[in-house]
Design a protein around this ligand. Structure first.
Ligand code: COA
Length: 165
């Protein structure tokens, strides 16, 4: 089942690919997600993605977790996005987090990332989130440029970390 984003808006977002549609991930999509993620990151993580599917798939929507995929007119997987709404972490009102996002390399800069992002934002807003948030490597110009283009900017929280060894 395709997810709600007005058809006119969706085709405006998918500049060169009006046939692209976004829908909830299904178990049969995971093999292609694993392959796309491996192509992007250089690391195959089948066990991780099966776990993500178990925790974030549509059947868990009551948990406000989201795992969406973009499909071409030929039903090929061309992108994915994973997110969740988290509430009241250190006082933060319900906020949508984008945890993973990827588009097939040879179909980029055609609006697919934006379509995935906007569809996820629409669902999260509908489910009560007032803000969208993500974390990207400070040196990752593509991801930074994409999220800046979608209107995200540095927020009031900072990431803190420490090694555990
Ligand atoms: C970031 C990413 C999702 C963008 O997908 P996309 O389909 O190319 O995005 P869009 O076509 O919707 O681009 C929207 C805007 O983002 C910006 N953008 C996208 N790719 C860009 C690039 N390579 N350089 C600079 N800006 C870029 C532009 O502002 C663009 O708007 P424009 O086309 O009007 O200039 C895609 O490049 C990707 O999958 N990158 C790897 C993500 C990753 O590291 N994932 C890790 C595994 S979870």
């Amino acid at each position: 089942m395709s997810l709600p984003l007005a058809p006119q808006k969706a085709s405006a977002l998918t500049k060169h690919n009006p046939a692209i549609r976004v829908q909830a991930a299904e178990a049969a999509d995971i093999e292609a997600v694993v392959a796309l993620d491996a192509a992007i990151t250089g690391t195959e993580k089948a066990a991780n993605w099966n776990d993500v599917y178990a925790r974030f798939a549509d059947t868990n929507q009551r948990l406000q977790r989201y795992f969406l995929v973009a499909k071409s007119g030929r039903d090929e997987l061309v992108g994915f996005v994973v997110g969740e709404i988290r509430a009241w972490e250190f006082g933060s009102p319900p906020c949508g987090w984008i945890l993973a996002l990827g588009v097939t390399p040879d179909l980029r800069e055609q609006g697919i990332g934006t379509l995935l992002f906007e569809t996820l934002c629409a669902q999260m807003k509908n489910d009560g989130a007032t803000t969208i948030r993500t974390m990207v490597l400070g040196t990752d110009k593509t991801n930074l440029s994409f999220f800046r283009g979608e209107g995200l900017a540095a927020g009031p929280y900072i990431e803190l970390e420490r090694r555990l060894d």
